[in-house]
Design a binder for this molecule. Sequence first.
Ligand SMILES: NC(=O)c1ccc[n+]([C@@H]2O[C@H](COP(=O)([O-])OP(=O)(O)OC[C@H]3O[C@@H](n4cnc5c(N)ncnc54)[C@H](O)[C@@H]3O)[C@@H](O)[C@H]2O)c1
Length: 310
Amino acid sequence: MPDRALITGGAGFIGNHIARLLLGKGWDVICYDDLSVGKEEYIPDGARLITGDIRDETRLTDAMKGCRHVYHLAARVSIRKAVDTFIDDAEVNSQGTLIAFRAAENAGVERFQYASSMAVYGTVEYSPQDESHPINPTSPYGIAKYASERYIIAMGEHWNIEPVITRYFNTYGPRQTPSPYVGVITIFCNKLFAAETPKIFGDGEQVRDFIHVKDIARGSVMALETAPAGSVVNLGTGVGTSVNEVADLLVDKINPEIKPEHVPPVPGEPGDSIADASLAGELIGWKAEKVLEKDISDAIDWNRAQFDKI
Ligand SMILES: NC(=O)c1ccc[n+]([C@@H]2O[C@H](COP(=O)([O-])OP(=O)(O)OC[C@H]3O[C@@H](n4cnc5c(N)ncnc54)[C@H](O)[C@@H]3O)[C@@H](O)[C@H]2O)c1
């Protein structure tokens, strides 16, 4: 019988790429998702969808029975929106994560990957940021992610399950559900297809580490399969690109007539963030392979195809 993995949030952007990768490696894959954002059509052939909320512990525990590995990605992912909806977000992102971890322990799962975020670092004291960078999250989202990391590592010491934490940087690529809050590349693509003006918050000089979703999926699987229990690793490219540069790249490729507009910055967003991902290299032999200028094209093509369907 093949090994079985369950991915919470498996109908979402990153989750469905992890599902595809695992299927390719011969795993039996279950995607557990409430479809609040993710879509059934993103689930690859061969994977099974179980719809449910991660806070439904009985349903989640039953779904995890017989699984060796769990990838926990289900979350409310908008840093910006969480500033207004932080109690609700904490219920899913913190409490929901604890429920998912306990469900995995009770179901007899061996290893549990938690999709954390560069948002845990918050205020930037130096860049690139390694995993020892001070933790000072400036957003409720980052606080909930960090609290969950600590709970998981602490409880993992007492339980018979091995947690591994991956801190993702800004992820782009195909099958990110368009939303006004999440994913600057997806947002800009859709604005430019509609011949509307993309909005840049602040002066646009804020630097992000844009990493392709396939690199994130590969890093998540490598981390869960090989990192020592309790590891915390950044997954980023180590290359910084300003929001202005991303906007210029997309305008150039999609609609050179349009000029983005600058609007006031929003509270709670992290400062410049570039990953130092050398620990992932040392621990799991992972390095990002994709390059933004070249590999942004599949995100553009996918978003264009979705836009053309409407
Ligand atoms: N995309 C990024 O740039 C990025 C960066 C850092 C960390 N992350 C983390 O990676 C993970 C995946 O993010 P994504 O970009 O794929 O987002 P996404 O919104 O596409 O995926 C999250 C999935 O979780 C599901 N979900 C939400 N609440 C749920 C609940 N209560 N019960 C069951 N399912 C629920 C949604 O329907 C969705 O399919 C998240 O934990 C996110 O915080 C993402």
